[in-house]
Design a protein around this ligand. Structure first.
Ligand code: TRP
Length: 329
């Protein structure tokens, strides 16, 4: 018996990198063991920031391909595209009527967006958290895994539920927030967060070829204070060390590497070569499954169509309950 239902969403951003993997995907995969999971590509949310929408289809396909390759199992888990289940927009409208505008404009996430895109402060941006609440509530999720950046949105969702239920009766389910323990993954420059928007070589994508991995790792920044091999290294500030520990799964060995680095018997170039080799191996099964799926792109779209059909069954039921509670004639 499963513990309940998990829902999570991610904006379609195309090929996923190590930061996405250790920050979210790995956890999505693990949660399938104990929960009924629903994972959604939130294309409508993406529209609040995207001006050029032409890559949406490709971004969706590439991201879902990565999810499947990482171990999201579509026979157990519902994987779908947000806009394929339009009931979410109806619930979004209804939730909007009980949401005080001040709650939305006060959110730090909204203020950040206004700063990021001052020329595109659209109505959808203000409603972003309401749409996210609609995602979660439509599927009566018991638990929602999110990174710390999304915590205000989850708290907001819980407040919406309390307010809505107080007015209309116990119809919505208050979800638990499951904070994903996400190590801070920096890009290969060792300074900024790993992200795809920066110049291409700052991230390692899960689908990168062995050659690309080697090239990117060998060009990566390590301990900035260490110029020569004879200088003692500082593994605690070395991004390559952090990444290596994430994939190594052997703490004793990583402790030894840290000692060798501090004692200047292991140089950065040597360590990067070792890490690149192991990363290529770590991602090998992933590349293999991904290549199999990529041979039949239509299968990926079929999986999404099937996911949407299963999602709609749950969605229409919740929406009926909500409309009844609101006393819509
Ligand atoms: N806002 C989330 C993000 O940017 C994406 C998202 C949309 C989401 N709907 C959701 C996350 C529902 C969890 C649950 O990362």
């Amino acid at each position: 018996m499963k513990k309940g239902r998990v829902f999570s969403g991610a904006r379609p951003t195309g090929r996923q990198h190590l930061g996405n993997y250790f920050g979210a995907i790995r956890n999505y995969v693990a949660l399938q063991e104990e929960y009924d999971c629903v994972y959604c590509v939130v294309d409508l949310h993406a529209l609040t920031s995207l001006v050029d929408t032409s890559p949406l289809r490709e971004y969706t396909y590439e991201m879902v391909l990565d999810w499947l390759a990482a171990g999201i199992d579509p026979t157990r888990t519902i994987v779908f595209v947000q806009s394929h289940v339009p009931q979410v927009t109806e619930l979004y409208t209804l939730l909007g009527m009980t949401t005080p505008l001040g709650w939305l404009t006060r959110l730090p996430t909204f203020k950040d967006k206004v700063r990021e895109q001052p020329d595109n402060v659209n109505y959808g941006l203000v409603g972003y958290p309401v749409l996210m609440a609609a995602d979660i509530l439509l599927y009566k999720a018991d638990a929602v895994p999110v990174g710390i950046d999304q915590a205000p949105h989850l708290e907001f969702t819980r407040e919406i539920v309390r307010r809505f239920n107080a007015r209309y009766g116990e119809v919505l389910v208050e979800p638990q927030m499951v904070l994903t323990e996400a190590p801070k993954i920096l890009g290969l420059d060792g300074v900024s967060k790993m992200s795809k928007s920066l110049e291409k070589d700052n991230s390692i994508e899960l689908a990168d070829s062995p050659e690309d991995i080697t090239r990117k790792v060998m060009g990566a920044v390590t301990d900035p204070a260490r110029l020569y091999k004879k200088d003692p290294g500082h593994p605690e500030v070395c991004n390559i060390f952090t990444l290596h520990r994430l994939i190594a799964g052997d703490e004793a060995r990583m402790d030894q590497i840290a000692r060798d680095c501090r004692g200047a018997t292991l140089g950065c170039v040597e360590h990067k070569r070792m890490f690149a080799r192991e990363l290529i191996e770590f991602l090998a099964p992933f590349r293999e499954i991904r290549a199999k799926y990529a041979e039949h792109p239509d299968d990926v779209w079929d999986i999404l169509r099937d996911g949407a059909a299963r999602a709609r069954v749950i969605a229409s039921q919740t929406l009926d309950e909500v409309k009844r509670a609101v006393r819509l004639p």
